[in-house]
Ligand binder design. Sequence first.
Ligand code: ADP
Ligand code: MG
Length: 848
Amino acid sequence: MNKDCVRVAVRVRPFNKRERDAGSRCIISMVQSSITLQDPRDPQNRRSFCFDYTYWSHSGFIRDISGKYLPEDAGGRYADQETVFQDLGEGILENSLQGYNATLLAYGQTGSGKSYSMMGYGANKGLVPKLCEQLFSSIRENQDSRRCQVFFSMLEIYNEQVIDLLSRGPRVAAGLRVREEQHRGFYVEGLRTVPCETAQQVEQLMEQGTRTRTTAATYMNANSSRSHMLISLQLKQIFSKESTTKHSNINLVDLAGSERQRASGSEADRLREGMAINLSLTTLGNVISALADVAVGKKVVHIPYRESILTKLLQSALGGNSRTVMIATLSPADICFEETLSTLRYAERAKRIQNRAVVNESPTERLVRELKAENARLVQRLSRLGQDGRRPCDETKELRQLLTHNELQIKAIQTLWEQHLQEALKDLEEQYAHITKERRMMQMHPYILNINEDAQLSGVVKLFIQEGEWAVGLSDSTPKSISIKGLGLLAVFYDYIKLMPMVTEANQMSQELHKGVDFKLEIKNLALSDSKGHDLKKDIVVRVTTVESKQVWMWSKAKFVNRKFLMEEMYQQHQAAQSEENSCVSVVKFERDQDPFWDPVEPLLLGTAHLWLQTLAFCIPLEEQLQVLGSEGTEEAILQAQLVPCSSTGLALSEDDILIDPSELLRRRLDFQLVLEQCCGLRWVREAHNRGVQVGFKMFDCSQPLYTPAAWHNINPLLDHRVHFASLQTSQSLLDYLQSSAVVLELWGLQDGCAELKSSLDDMRLTSDSIVIIDNPGPADTAEESDLLGLRFFVDEQGRLLRDFSGQLEECVSKLKQDVAVILTRSVAVMSSTSCGRDPTNPTPVEN
Ligand code: ADP
Ligand code: MG
């Protein structure tokens, strides 16, 4: 038996557009097999790790005409897909050809390059397709010595459910079952496994699987980064000369994003989803930890394979009969420091796991061998029967029967593959016809492609627009229509066209009058949504910028049109003045507050981020890195925020306080804190350093927004702002709100000379500890309820006052005691002095 450690590779990808736009710094460096990570907040703090392979795919590459990424110079340090395949893929292939099970896992946060490494994009084929190509070419090369059979399957684990990505039937609502058999271990019951003979067939199946995944994701409104994808290749090699068979399972796993799973999103299902995915990924982490402990000789009682679907299916890959490789993918950017560090720690533990891989021999093949051997013996016996001249008819008959039976059995075992293959080929032909048809249609007709946040699932579904008239618009049920939901864009588009020439004219006037002001049309709220996640009403606005001082205003359509008239007036006066005395410089001087090109500067809404409140209904804390989206969808900043359920004194609740059923909160007091920690990569400040920001938010029924203090001149300002909210008697409407809404965090831009935003506390109910009371009964509630609530508030306050009071009382008492003691000692002194001859009736001794 062999002991093999899990081999671990790390790979760092190039900056993506978002990171580049945010001016990110690369905090990873690699020297040979060691990788060093720098803490962006404390550059002296560096942590180094060693792995079996390290891949620098961050820089030093070019893109050839086919779109393939290659090292800039031959022998450069950039690790392309081929390099990664040579190290990891070929090893896996070799192992499986030798009859070992092999597993490849991709681990890392969403967007770090798992799918790129595993599957690849376009010309940059990943490990899986390359592995298949090489596998089939190696099968062809060795055709003389062995016959090979390859079975392919592809599944997804989403929310602890197994979805067969190759299934032709309707989706099983509860997912497929995972079962256990003594010899086989865990397996998915009813999973479709398709026999394949070429790499093209496998590629087609993968395409089909991805398509199913896309539709499933759309259908379930699912976030693909939370699902695990598992591709299995079963390789069976039959060496007829040696009459042995080797079996191996190749598992290729694209894991869910490793970032701490968050319950963000508006559907009620999200929370469960977050927790369930956590289950598979956290269990994987626990299994890895336990196995790492085993490897260093610690006593481990239990390895929790059975606690999640993923670990059940990967049991043999982890600490069992498999040669396993993990590729941990990393983002190079400073803002991903925490995630990257946690990925590296995870990978470090995985490195220690020891497997015991053995070459697999199949029982069915052994059976064939045994049957053949038995038949040979039978034939011998039969022939001997003839030679001896004896004719025991019965025995001959019996032996012949046995022989035919055995032969039939051998045939049955061997034809299974041929039959399967025929069926699969028919299937593939059908599918191929479908794909060819689609390709032809793509050349002939315009079509609409789906976009998905996961690059892997984008552009999979095609909607063809064929001859005839097609209506594109808001939900319409005419047969040839493409319905677009949610966008009230048409009216805006019309305004846009109308205002365009006016903006051009305004710009010309500004230039001629040396105003140094630039006008630009924008669509307000194009990318923004309200606290329920619904699109906000779109509108046209004009962004006005002073070219020199970079001051910015947003003007409504009406204001712009009005100002444009005034500008024209000014312009005409200027023209007239110029023709009168054409010699001197004659820009008409206006008082500032008369100047249509000018306005006092004000804070500007830069964008919003949504912090979903659902976890609060379960008393679960939430920590998020939120993307602040600008009106037109640009990333304005990353905002780190937390929601912390707490006690009335502000102590964070523990895990024991997590609720299974949110309705337990009804009529009870609920306390929580909103923490705004830091803003990172502020575009607003990067563009001009003399600017600042504030974050504003409105919670539930608060009528006025609250604002953080202003943070000036800093691209990554610490906000460190904490607000304690309490609902004294949680109502159903607050519960509904928590479960379906987000608090919209508004990022406001401050500019030189503008007043900062102030929280107006007038209409707000605050306790004397500055706890903001929410969930105040509206006028719709009965007077009785409102009285009750008032009473509760009163009692709550009184309770606190009483506590304060008792504290003060205690202080008073102890002070009193001290005073008494002083008096006592004094009177003792007096007594003793009287006993020295003074008159006891006169308490104040009179000197002389
Ligand atoms: P994940 O599957 O981890 O969520 P992806 O593999 O989809 O992430 O990668 C996100 C994006 O980064 C993709 O657009 C991909 O093309 C790009 N990317 C990832 N790794 C690399 C790499 N090594 N070289 C170039 N681009 C990469
Ligand atoms: Mg992916």
